[in-house]
Every structure is written in structure tokens, then in C-alpha cells.
Design a protein around this ligand. Structure first.
Ligand SMILES: Nc1ncnc2c1ncn2[C@@H]1O[C@H](COP(=O)(O)OP(=O)(O)OP(=O)(O)O)[C@@H](O)[C@H]1O
Ligand SMILES: [Mg+2]
Length: 370
């Protein structure tokens, strides 16, 4: 293994390249720990104060590792800074010819086919947009990456971009006449070939979600992942893997349960009590949350969690009774049987949602992703 502290030391290449560079023990220790982690194929979580120099501390071992490494960071801006500023500097300092690539989500790349269609159709909302499209067209002939962040003249949230970038739905894929020049295809190909690939957390989780659902993948495989700005991961992960269930849905569930119970089982089944407990818990939860958005682990939801769990068990019981009745043949009541079947299916949906939340499926999945 290379002498990493020396590389980041007073007589190392960084000191020679960067004015004001001074050896920092924390940075050297972090770099050594990252190197050991990569060599041992282990998992390592590190926290160090802002300005410690964490970027060099993970880039140096990553570039020296000889492995395929995917580095993910919090935002596209940080991605650009890493790729255009830090990585070239570290490559130069280490004098290594590691192949590096940058990959963003589809919406960040100009789609030549859609730009040409927009030019041909000529339907614009304003003269400003016509001028903007002219700027994009001129840039399209010069850019190598097609990354819309390059065109600083035009704001990244300009509405026109949605007309000249693609989505998974409107992309013509292999049918496209501009496939050979497609910036997204080229960026994905470079990502496949590169030794070190820079992505963002959003893309990383979009890739995980696709793999999870068995719908393919956005990123190549890698020997190691380095996740910078890791404090942002829970937020991004819950956007991709979380399940949302609102108070209104729960109240509706409780009300439906009471109506259903009165019709089918009478007072004795316990469903009514469970539904009322759930209603109470939802109201208490709303008061406890206040108007501010609030986030926390499921087990902290306390009484609401217990209420949902209890309701789930009751609902399961109801669904089972429904199925039992169904198997019993409905005693010749054709119409009655059909309507019960409909309700039983409705309950099936209710049970799925309640059990998914009640059995803590949400935190477990996010936890695994983090
Ligand atoms: N040993 C060093 N001596 C002097 N400057 C350094 C050293 N290491 C890194 N730097 C510089 O310090 C600045 C901050 O480094 P870096 O962005 O890696 O910090 P960080 O630890 O990732 O902080 P943050 O938590 O804010 O992301 C950069 O401009 C970098 O070039
Ligand atoms: Mg940093």
C-alpha cells in the first residue's frame, strides 16, 4: 500500500501543487482509513468537521485503489466541483492516469432529437424562448457532454429545458435517429468504462429503486461506493423507498371499518373499538405534530403506530371472515355475495397498507438503503 500520510504530507505532491497546503493529521488518518476500507472491502462511516479536507482524503485512496469506484455526492453542483476541479487536481498530484467520468440524471442532458423537433415546430410562448432556443442550438454544436449545466447563460430551471431534454417516457430509445450522437447514451457508456465515476445521491437511489423493482439499472456495477455528504442520505432514501400514509386515509379507514362492522358483525367483534382508538390516535398525532413538517422514526409515533397495528389485525380478521363467508357459498344470495366480495377486496387493500406500515417496513427498508 502507498504511503498515504506522506502523499498528503509536508513534502508530498499536494504541498507542491496547492499554495497554503499544510499537513493535517485528521485528513491523513481519514485517507488511511478509507484506503484500508477499500483494500479490505469493508464498510466505514466517517464524520469530520467542515473544511477538514475530506475530499482529498477519499479521492487519494480511491484513485490509488485500482478498483472501480462510484463516488456519490449530495448535489449536482458538488458533483461538478468534484469532477471539474478536485479530481483533475488529485490526478495531477498522484500522476495517475485513472479514467474518470461524470453521470447525472437523464433530465440534465440535451436531447438532440427533441431540440430539432422544437426548432421544426416553432411553437413558442415568447420571443425570449425563440432566442433561448437559438442559444441552445449554437451550444449543441460545441458541447461534448451535452450537460445543460455547461450553458450558464440559461438558468437550469428555464421552462424551455423540458422541451429539449427527454424523459424515460418520451425517449425514442433505439428507434431514435440521433441515437449515435445521444449525449445521455454517451455519458452512460463513459460511466460504464470509467474507473472512477461521479454521481449524485438522487441518481444513486433512482438506480437502487430500479434494481429493486427489477426494471434494469442506471449505473454500472462497482467494487466500492464512496458516499460524500452522507448526512443527506436518509432524506433522499426516504423519498425513493418511503411509503406515505396520511391522517385522512387513516380516518377514512376507521370510518369504513365501523360501517362495515355494523353491517356484518355487530358490536361484539372489537373492530369498532379498534377503529375508535385509531381515530383518537390520529387526532392526537395531528396535535402533537403541529403545523411544522416533522420527521421521525416510526416507533416514535407511539400510540398512532399501536392504533394502526391494532386496526391492521382487525382488518385482517374481517378479510378472513369475508373469505370464509365467500368459501361458504353465500347461501344462494347472488347479489349479497357479490357485494361482500367487493368489500373483501377493498379490505385486502386496507390490510396491505396497514401491515406494511405497522410492521415497520418503512424504516427497515430505508435503513437497509442507508
Ligand atoms: N491539507 C490541506 N491544507 C490546506 N488546504 C487544504 C488541505 N486539504 C484540503 N484543503 C483545501 O480545503 C478546502 C476544503 O476542503 P474540502 O472541501 O475537502 O473540505 P471538507 O472536509 O469536505 O468540508 P465540508 O464538510 O464543508 O464538505 C478546499 O479548498 C481544499 O482545497
Ligand atoms: Mg466535503
Amino acid at each position: 500500500m502507498q504511503d498515504i500520510p506522506a502523499i498528503l504530507g509536508a513534502d508530498g505532491p499536494f504541498a507542491a501543487l496547492i499554495p497554503g497546503f499544510a499537513p493535517r493529521l485528521q485528513q491523513q488518518e481519514l485517507a488511511e482509513a478509507v484506503a484500508a476500507t477499500l483494500a479490505g472491502h469493508e464498510v466505514f462511516i466517517a464524520e469530520a468537521g467542515t473544511g477538514t479536507g475530506k475530499t482529498f482524503a477519499y479521492l487519494v485512496p480511491a484513485l490509488l485503489s485500482g478498483q472501480k469506484v462510484i463516488i456519490s455526492t449530495g448535489t449536482k453542483n458538488l458533483q461538478d466541483q468534484l469532477f471539474h476541479k478536485d479530481l483533475p487536481l488529485v490526478r495531477k498530484a498522484l500522476a495517475v492516469s485513472v479514467d474518470v467520468a461524470l453521470l447525472k440524471g437523464r433530465a440534465n442532458y440535451l436531447c438532440l432529437h427533441r431540440m430539432e423537433s422544437a426548432l421544426a415546430e416553432g411553437r413558442f410562448r415568447s420571443r425570449g424562448e425563440v432566442a433561448q432556443l437559438g442559444v441552445i442550438e449554437r451550444w449543441s454544436a460545441q458541447t461534448r457532454s451535452g450537460d445543460i449545466a455547461e450553458l450558464t447563460e440559461l438558468n437550469e430551471d428555464a421552462p424551455l429545458w423540458s422541451h429539449v431534454t427527454s424523459t424515460a417516457d418520451n425517449c425514442l430509445g433505439t428507434e431514435c435517429g440521433r441515437l449515435d450522437d445521444c449525449f445521455l447514451v454517451k455519458a452512460r457508456r463513459r460511466a460504464q468504462e470509467a474507473d472512477v465515476l461521479v454521481v449524485n445521491h438522487h441518481l444513486l437511489f433512482a438506480d437502487m429503486a430500479l434494481r429493486d423493482e427489477g426494471f434494469g439499472e442506471l449505473l454500472p456495477g462497482a467494487n466500492a461506493f464512496i458516499l460524500d455528504e452522507a448526512h443527506q442520505l436518509p432524506e433522499t432514501a426516504s423519498n425513493f423507498f418511503g411509503i406515505s400514509l396520511g391522517g385522512n386515509q387513516l380516518l377514512e379507514l376507521a370510518r369504513d371499518a365501523i360501517v362495515e362492522d355494523l353491517r356484518e358483525a355487530g358490536e361484539s367483534s372489537g373492530v369498532r373499538q379498534a377503529a375508535e382508538r385509531l381515530e383518537k390516535a390520529v387526532r392526537e398525532m395531528r396535535l402533537a405534530f403541529g403545523v411544522e413538517a416533522h420527521r421521525g422514526p416510526w416507533h416514535e409515533a407511539g400510540r398512532l403506530a399501536a392504533g394502526v397495528q391494532g386496526m391492521g389485525e382487525m382488518a385482517e380478521g374481517m378479510a378472513e371472515r369475508g373469505a370464509g363467508r365467500e368459501r361458504g357459498g353465500g347461501r344462494g344470495e347472488g347479489g349479497g355475495r357479490a357485494s361482500w366480495q367487493g368489500r373483501a377486496t377493498g379490505w385486502g387493500w386496507g390490510v396491505n397498507v396497514v401491515c406494511a406500515v405497522g410492521s415497520a417496513a418503512v424504516p427497515a427498508r430505508s435503513g437497509a438503503a442507508i
